[in-house]
Design a protein around this ligand. Structure first.
Ligand code: MF3
Ligand code: CO
Length: 262
């Protein structure tokens, strides 16, 4: 069963998602040549603490492993779940996927995007553009009465029409009081398949798109997922609330009180 959030659950999801988005956007400001992915992760840790939130990544358990960082920072051929490292120094031409998942008041907000560092290869610029557009096309399908497969199908057809591939090994997901709730939301699939979308679902929709082949593998750290052919990969994610009036993106940054003009 896909959880349906009540009024209070929705209010709390709004809060946690706004915080997740604000942190993600603050993190983006720090992405520049010379910075290490460890620096970025430490900044994520600090921002999360400043908001009185908790990282949903830190300590996240998969089998016997616990995720050791506060955010996921994945560079170039890294698809997702990159662990910040002092050895990974960012350089002009890199693309950096930032993924921030936080818990606040018992509810989780999940969002991600990929940013380019200075000038990147034209085909990589295209990869980012197509991946982000795929996310918005997917969100458009999150309509009451549609099915989950409509989201999947929208991503796959658009991405593949541009000659890129969608990752098969990881999927989007429902999100709420836990990071991963039903349903799974693959980025590939058939129209009009899967569960029916109802109002009050909160869905983390997250295309992961490779420039080359869709195949991936996990590094020996047990977490970092990379493309098998070492081609660059992009990741864009929003948490979305389904309503009778259409999808509403919850992971929108909220300006801090100090920056609101009066
Ligand atoms: N956005 C990722 C997801 O939805 C976050 C993974 S958190 C980690 O699965 F702990 F696995 F790193
Ligand atoms: Co997610």
């Amino acid at each position: 069963m896909i959880p349906i959030k009540n009024k209070e659950g929705i209010a709390r999801m709004r809060e946690s998602c706004a915080i997740a988005a604000t942190i993600l956007n603050k993190l983006k400001e720090l992405v520049r040549p010379g910075v290490t992915t460890y620096d970025l992760d430490q900044a994520a840790r600090d921002f999360i603490a400043q908001h009185g939130a908790r990282s949903a990544c830190y300590g996240y358990q998969l089998g016997s492993r616990r995720y050791p960082a506060y955010s996921c920072i994945s560079v170039n051929e890294e698809v997702v779940h990159g662990i910040g490292s002092l050895k990974r120094i960012l350089r002009e031409g890199d693309i950096v996927s930032l993924d921030v998942v936080i818990e606040y008041n018992g509810y989780i907000g999940d969002n991600a995007f990929t940013v380019p560092l200075g000038n990147v290869a034209p085909r990589v610029t295209e990869l980012l553009k197509v991946s982000e557009e795929a996310l918005y096309l997917a969100i458009k399908q999150a309509q009451v009465g549609n099915r989950i497969g409509d989201i999947s199908h929208a991503v796959q057809t658009f991405v593949e029409s541009h000659g890129f591939s969608v990752v098969r090994d990881m999927v989007g997901h429902g999100v709420g009081t836990s990071m991963h709730e039903e349903p799974q939301i693959p980025n590939f699939g058939r129209r009009n398949s899967g569960e029916k979308i109802k109002a009050g679902m909160t869905l983390a929709i997250e295309p992961m798109v490779n420039l080359g082949h869709y195949r991936t593998k996990t590094l020996s750290d047990g977490w970092t997922v990379v493309t098998s052919d070492a081609s660059p990969s992009a990741h864009f994610e929003h948490t979305v609330l389904t309503t009778e009036k259409g999808p509403e993106i919850l992971t929108i940054p909220r300006p801090s009180p100090a920056s609101v003009s009066v």
